[in-house]
Design a protein around this ligand. Sequence first.
Ligand code: UDX
Ligand code: ADP
Length: 475
Amino acid sequence: MTDMLEIKNVACIGAGYVGGPTCSVMAKMCPNIKFRVVDLNAERIAAWNSDILPIYEPGLDEVVSSCRGKNLFFDTNVDDAIKNADLIFISVNTPTKDYGISKGLAADLKHVESCARAIARVTTSGHKVVVEKSTVPVRAAESLEIILQANKTEESSFQVLSNPEFLAEGTAVRDLLNPDRVLIGGKKESEEGLQAIAALESIYLQWVPKEKIITMRTWSSELSKLAANAFLAQRISSINAISALCESTGADVSEVSQAIGMDSRIGPKFLQASVGFGGSCFQKDILNLVYICETLNLGEVADYWRSVVTMNDHQKRRFTNRVVTAMFNTVADKKIALLGFAFKKDTGDTRESPAICVAKFLLEEGAKLQIYDPKVPGRVIEADLKSSPKWCNVTIHDDVYDAVNGCHGLVVCTEWDLFKSLDFLRIYETMLKPAFLFDGRKFLDHEKLDDIGFNVHTIGRPSRNGNKSPFNGFK
Ligand code: UDX
Ligand code: ADP
């Protein structure tokens, strides 16, 4: 029988897209536990303590305001939070390395390591459960453990667990409240390991059914997270590959998606063809997987997964080529409204957003971009595009109708619901003719747009109104 470790105080290092929502929902579901979310970024913490949270996530405002100041706290005193915690989540960023050995492939673990060193330094006595929540390479927990063990005092002890987070942005609150599964990886072979697993499990059990909580070896848990993201991304690249075929043959990718998704072995989710996947996880995690395979001498396996990213890059380029080709092979000095900059709807996050690539390609071709997104702040768009030599050709708009005014073409990169209810007749009237519309998400009412007079192009289907432009084909 395993003794129960009682968890009363939880610290979360990293108040980002993962740490913030995760601890907010946990605080709501576990009123008897105190959650303290800490971050080195004082501006971010100030925002978590204000009325305007640092991230846009539907339903999160309500959750935070119901617990903040009661059992949910945000501050910058990392050491103090560690000192007082029984359990510590590490939720810091693990971007793809952009320097040195394995640049552009491996995950950069410098923030994770600095957390481990802070935990070891601050914990002079007592037992702490350290939970790796950030997505990390397989066996990262082992490195954490080595650092903790090498720096611990005689009075301190640690158990390291892997507990990857599967929330998707835009649906984070829903995903956290009702997860498909919770993975806990730990040392199941030892009494201390089982105790730590049970302690973390006791938090989730306050709202997650026991059968959805699965425990496993630490490395399996770490790999499962990478594999889940790789599988999801692979489905999108697969349907995007089919979309290219549809455009060349006259088939419609939505019909193909429906047909294959009705096979219960395949299922309907993640089969929406698009301008390409974005977000902070998919590309990073696949590249991380590729790196791991390469270091293990599994060249063919690495190539297999790398092709998922190659196809995604191809899709973004292909979509932009279509814009240029359809508009008589040149967009130089043409005004193009780019609608949607976030990597998906219901988030203000632009990390790896396909809109960034589309914007940069169009700027390279000499276009003048008028950008609108309902949730992405102008300063973020600026930061994403400022490196382009043609940044001076960008204007950012707070009003969608201002953004489209006087344009030659509309390029829709994010599937925001509000775009479906725009007054397209009004938009058409303010545009130059022929008025081009490129739907990178295949979600607008194309029949209606055709009737208004737009020259509509979308992913995964040839242009409906015939090849109005003599240069309609694209590769
Ligand atoms: C993903 C995983 O879903 C989540 O489990 C993990 O914890 C983090 O990474 P996220 O990146 O937030 O979540 O969003 P997701 O909904 O997976 O979408 C990723 C990208 O794929 C977006 O750009 C989205 O627009 C695109 N996508 C998704 C498609 O192009 N087609 C689809 O059918 C689904
Ligand atoms: P994710 O999407 O994985 O949550 P984010 O970049 O949104 O990633 O958030 C990670 C957060 O972790 C950032 O706010 C960053 O300031 C914080 N962070 C990184 N390293 C440390 C550290 N050593 N101590 C405290 N916070 C850190």
